[in-house]
Design a protein around this ligand. Structure first.
Ligand code: SF4
Length: 336
């Protein structure tokens, strides 16, 4: 098994009741099939790495891999084979490198703390990191990406952690919720607790075959999230991560789902449908003018910054068809 199974007791119980949750967290032997255009680093983050564990791809934003650890392993994870996987939480020396970088790059206005899952870090480590960031750049916007409200909602019952986050009011918590079955009573209570502590909530969802690739499932999820005070922010087309072909929806069908979805949810409940340019280049909304008509190489993508690339049009079952054609994916180019 290339990517070991990891689960929390909360998820173990949920997998017994929900096929969708089981599909997202239980190992499937189809993961062993990799297509030759799948990538170990599908977002091409390696080329933008700075200060040890940070990614500086956009001038005004810095992404920091605060840990490689997650409470549970999502089987479709785009960082499943990434080099950060083996890392523990940032130590003081690594934190110092990040803070020095922030100090020297005043154009950075937003820091995204990501992982792994940042909330696997202990509360003392959080305190050290958040205080360090605030002392270095007092008004910088903080975003924290996490799946913990789904995988281990009890983590947010830690009063010290909640007080610490409340002290950094104005931080955004970017949740990762893919299916209405994940909105258990515990997860709902956790989201409410975060909001009551002054945090702003937005959600990212990955479109996954056999999990949420139906309009009524997505509509139910996004409407429920809005009701819970969580703005559906992004819906992502699956990245070309190795061993995840069975989760990817053919892009033409994804676009049809999203078009239909617009008829069923309010503007507030409608996320931006987007994909990262395979191999690097940034996130591109999957709509004109950034998405072109499909050709031999796949769907042409143009990032607002000028990077270009292609996303393949895959069959419903690329593994069974033995599809694998490296020429589909060209390295991204910059036209600016
Ligand atoms: S929580 Fe995020 S980083 Fe961790 S396994 Fe899931 S998708 Fe990957």
């Amino acid at each position: 098994m290339m990517y070991p199974e990891k689960m929390t007791p909360h998820l173990e119980a949920l997998t017994l009741d929900s096929r969708a949750v089981a599909a997202m967290f239980r190992y499937d032997e189809r993961e062993e099939a990799t297509l030759d255009y799948e990538l170990a680093d599908p977002l091409g983050e390696g080329r933008y790495t700075v200060a040890g564990r940070a990614v500086h791809q956009y001038p005004d934003r810095l992404l920091v891999h605060v840990t490689g650890q997650c409470a549970a392993h999502c089987r479709y994870c785009f960082r499943r084979t990434g080099t950060h996987r083996a890392c523990g939480p940032l130590d003081k020396r690594e934190t110092g490198l990040i803070l020095d970088y922030l100090k020297g790059n005043g154009q950075i206005k937003e820091v995204l703390l990501s992982g792994g899952d940042p909330f696997t870090m202990g509360t003392d480590q959080w305190k050290y990191l958040l205080n360090g960031i605030r002392q270095t750049r007092s008004h910088i916007t903080l975003r924290i990406g996490t799946r913990m409200p789904v995988s281990d909602p009890a983590r947010f019952e830690d009063g010290r952690l909640m007080d610490l986050l409340a002290d950094h009011g104005g931080a955004w918590i970017m949740t990762h919720i893919n299916h209405p079955d994940e909105l258990t009573a515990e997860t709902r209570a956790c989201l409410e607790r975060l909001r009551k502590n002054g945090l702003s909530l937005a959600n990212q969802t990955v479109l996954l075959k056999g999990v949420n690739d139906e309009v009524h499932v997505l509509a139910g999820l996004f409407t429920s999230l809005v009701g819970l005070g969580v703005k559906p922010y992004y819906l992502f087309q699956g990245d070309l991560a190795m061993g995840t072909a069975h989760f990817r929806v053919p892009l033409s069908r994804s676009l049809a789902i999203v078009n239909e979805l617009r008829r069923h949810v309010s503007g507030l409940a409608m996320p931006v449908f987007a994909v990262d340019i395979p191999g690097g280049g940034g996130k591109v909304p999957l709509a004109a003018p950034w998405l072109g008509a499909p050709g031999k190489k796949g769907w042409p993508l143009t990032h607002p910054d000028g990077h270009t690339g292609f996303y393949p049009e895959e069959p419903e079952d690329p593994i069974a068809q033995g599809q694998g054609n490296a020429s589909l994916i060209s390295p991204c180019r910059h036209q600016g």
